[in-house]
Design a binder for this molecule. Structure first.
Ligand code: 5RP
Length: 233
């Protein structure tokens, strides 16, 4: 682990930590190439920082409508994922990060496109403040994107595993993702083997994407802490 000391550490807010890791991720962006960009408040800090080197990159592949709009507003060209064959790096946040780089993602409902862009990338650099670090995944409600007609069936399957399931709402109605699907948030699960868990849930008809990122784990994690940005590899 390497650490960059921060002399003003004592007064850093969570928002400040997100800004720090967003800026720190710039060094992983390869000039002349297209960068994969995730979604969320931490990634927004990265996108804002990326504007400072927009003339050095070809553009970005984005994981959500929200990130696309932010990138374009800053003058960064956004390419469709089908226009690229491989990205050198994908930068994204997470809801939980374990010591192996396994993640829970999807708090911003963008997990499906995030997993696709992560899979398209040689290296996943996760940016997170230290509140996201856990020993074992599963305290954060696990987002699962599902086909609407399978909501009840998949709810029952998680309940049979001991989970408590909530259909995510927005403005009082089921949230509709960028892909036209719904999100279930599941608590009370034991995710002791993230690879096996991801494989199992992926088999259930109607599951679009489960928010465990074990097969698409982070290779590098930049963690914002009170004493600066720490690099976990
Ligand atoms: C969106 C995500 C985000 O990366 C995750 O929810 C972290 O978000 P934030 O940086 O706002 O804490 O997976 O689907």
């Amino acid at each position: 682990m390497t650490s960059t000391p921060n002399p003003t550490a004592a007064v850093l807010s969570q928002d400040d930590l997100k800004t720090l890791v967003g800026q720190a991720a710039l060094k992983y962006v390869v000039p002349g190439e297209i960068v994969g960009v995730g979604t969320g408040s931490t990634v927004n800090k990265f996108i804002d920082a990326l504007a400072s080197m927009k003339d050095q990159i070809t553009g970005a592949v984005s994981s959500s409508v929200a990130s696309t709009e932010r990138l374009q507003a800053l003058g960064i060209t956004v390419f469709d994922c089908n226009e690229v064959t491989e990205l050198s790096v994908y930068i994204d946040g997470a809801d939980e990060v374990d010591p192996n780089g396994y993640l829970i993602k999807g708090g911003g409902a963008a997990l499906t496109r995030e997993k696709i862009v992560a899979a398209e990338s040689r290296r996943f650099v996760c940016i997170a403040d230290e509140s996201k670090l856990v020993q074992n995944l599963g305290k954060f409600p696990l987002p699962v994107e599902v086909i609407p007609m399978a909501v009840n069936r998949i709810t029952r399957q998680f309940q049979a595993m001991g989970g408590t399931v909530v259909l995510r709402l927005k403005d009082g109605a089921p949230l509709v993702t960028d892909n036209g699907q719904h999100i279930l948030d599941v608590t009370g699960l034991q995710i002791s083997d993230p690879l096996a868990f991801e494989s199992q849930v992926n088999q259930w008809p109607g599951v679009v994407t489960v928010g465990v990122f074990a097969f698409q784990k982070a290779q590098v994690c930049l963690v914002g802490t009170a004493s600066g940005v720490k690099t976990l590899t």
